[in-house]
Design a protein. Sequence first.
Lengths: 441, 435
Amino acid sequence: MLYHIFKQIWAQRKYNTWIFIELMLVFVLVWVLADYAFVILHNKSISQGFDVKDTYRVTYDVFGKGTSRYNPTEDDSTMAMENLQLFVRKIKAYENVEEAALTYMDWGSLPYSGGYNSTAVEIPDRSDSTVAFAETKNVLSGEYFRLFRYTSAKDHSWERPAGIDLRRNNSVFITRMVERELFGTASAIGKVVKVDIGEGPKDYVVADVLNDQKRFDYTLPHGAVFGASPLISEENLMNFGVCIRVKPGVPEDTFIRNFRKEMTRPLRIGNFYLKDIQSFKSLKQEIDYSFGVTNEMRTRAGLMIFFLLNIALGIIGTFWFRNETRRGEIGLRMAMGSTHATLQWQFMTEALLLFSIAVIPAIVIDYAIARADVLKLDMDIIMDYETVKGSPYITQNASLRFLITNAMTYVFLSVIVALSAWIPARRVSRIHPVEALRENG
Amino acid sequence: MIQQYFKQAWQLIKQNKLFSGIYIAGTALGISMVMVMAILDYVKTANIYPEMNRERMLYAKSISVAPVDTARFKYTNSGSLSYKAAELFFLSLKTPERVSVMFSGTDFASLPNNDNLIKIKSRQVDTNYWKIFPFRFLSGKPFSDADFQSGLAVAVITESLSKKLFGSDKAAGQSLEYRFKPYRIVGVVKDVSYVMEDTYAQIWMPYTCIENYDKENSERAGMIGDVGKVFLLARSASDFGSIRREVNDKVRRFNASAADWKTDLMGQPDTRKVDAHRYWSNKGPEMKKINIRNILIMFLLLVVPALNLSGMNSTRMERRLSEMGVRKAFGASRSRLVHQVLIENLLLTGLGGFAGLLVSYLIVFFTKEWILDLGKQFTDTLPEGASVDFSISMLFNGKIFLAVLLACLVMNILSALIPVYRSLRKSITDSLHIK
């Protein structure tokens, strides 16, 4: 049966050329899009390393000397610090707020901030000079880890890192990735590393190892180092803010609206005033948007829909008119005993077979594209088709990734092709055999 | 003669409603995507209120500073221009008609002793800004040279901000607070669409009333700072070459006598089109790559549907071969047949193009919040309460219609030429035989 259909496809090869080229071209284009989608989805499924659900960032500002609301009596530096503490206490006491803490906001220390600072981490006095690169994050106090649920790799709790004071014994936390790169399978806790967390390269003791974390949802995890931030003083007031965790289940817009309405007056303390409150969820959306990821995804989704519509239209169009021309043949088949169902199956199979043949040169083109390394994006998402030895991630195993993405594309497009061929097939198989036979020619 | 072709073509279309329907749908699909790209390009580069002089303007916004002594300082830095750099390289130019410097920011507007804070976008400008961009004033007027020189705290606000604060658009003479500093309103202008990146804001004040606008950064020869953009209005586009030469001359002279730091403007000042693609401060846009990429995309958007249409045309030709055979037997010349088929195709493509244009309007309308940001490296989220509105003139105008026509023509040629040619090469007997 298959051989028979194959012969038919070959017989009509002149008319099949156009749809063949289109199927091949669209397979390649859809594969490029599917490959991107695969990488993104794969990266998204990796655990974040922290949790920002129900967290908000509250920023304050200070009425400066030229402004209408400045109060000179409150401008004393001790007073300013006391006022700030009162600011934080009032927020903590607000309804539904579970935790509130003063946090350092500079240099990319907050989750989903646009800023980024990286440093080399090495083991001092080691001869083989292994270096791990890590993002640096500065924290004011242990409350940061509890707030954002950064978990220790040892016992997966956030209480452990929250309870350690980084300012004692010049301590830092590193993540699992850094530990693996520098110490292999040995534990890094208690060992000394040389790293620059903002005070120049110095020696620090590793007090704990945290679980791997990602900078964005759609990138692979990379190493991070957590160290103490500068203490807060009158000079660096604006580098800090208040981060809060709210009781789960409280809707975001209601909370923000009520907070602004009820807390704007009470938080007018000395020269401090409430500037802005934003959820980390919305900060994350802004970051994704501003780094162009959201747009990249939208463009690709749009292009995908465009190509699929074209394929569907192409198959429907080609097969519809071809079936009209082949009415005689259809009538003959029906007269010889084919049922409606068989006829539909036959046409769908013909379309699928044509598609499958077109896929062969398409996969060759895909291979050329993967090798030519043109699938680059100007961002942190690693799209290179390179196999990284020892990496646990599928996206860094080139052959497996190639196999999976092509298979995904094949299955997906087969469904579209089969459905598109089914529509005219259904219509034509309803013709009465006598009418069809009459059109013999 | 042509009229007869059209009548015949119209008849054929009506007779084969299904074929025509699918053909028009296929064409519309391709044309609509190309049109969306054309509309987006138009909005970014054509003259739209209040940027009515884009075709004779040049823009600059970043600068790169490299160390002379690479042993002492390792890195090249880049960022926005500082006021000092803007003065040195642009404000002192003689060739342009006008030069303007602009800063921008976002903060809160409020009325004195009122807790209601409205987050707004602000621009700090000079008096040339108002002459380069012809804003429409609903009341009052822009601040004067005297206001600007003395750094008076005056401001121009938009109609919608005026209505929000005072309930009317006649707010000239009233005051408001921005960042809790008082400003006297001297004029109210018609709202600017969010789509206009260089002029969208809710409040404009002279930059001379902002402290430290010309403060020099002690590092890197004070070349990097916070200037938002520098605008150069040329007398005509043919002056662009001489303006660039004058700018490069100034840069060269600065670098020749520079002790520690050399500057590089990376190809600026840019035309509007290049400026729209310049995202990074440390390197210019690779226009050749960008143009190739855009042409490739447009090509794909037209070729993929064209393949569909070619397939359909082949089938159609096949069916009408017998008819062609009869005509040929009766002496019809090949060119007449070709003309007829092409006109029929043209009509279908034309209808498809029209449908495609309508679909593109729908696409732009439903995705207006984010569609202009596609292809940008860095974008800003829409501020609260702002909406992206495409005005009628952005969508209906000569350039857009010309683009549709061109796209249709290309589509037509791609999808009709080969099938028609092949089927007409068949001999008469072959054609008659297929019955």
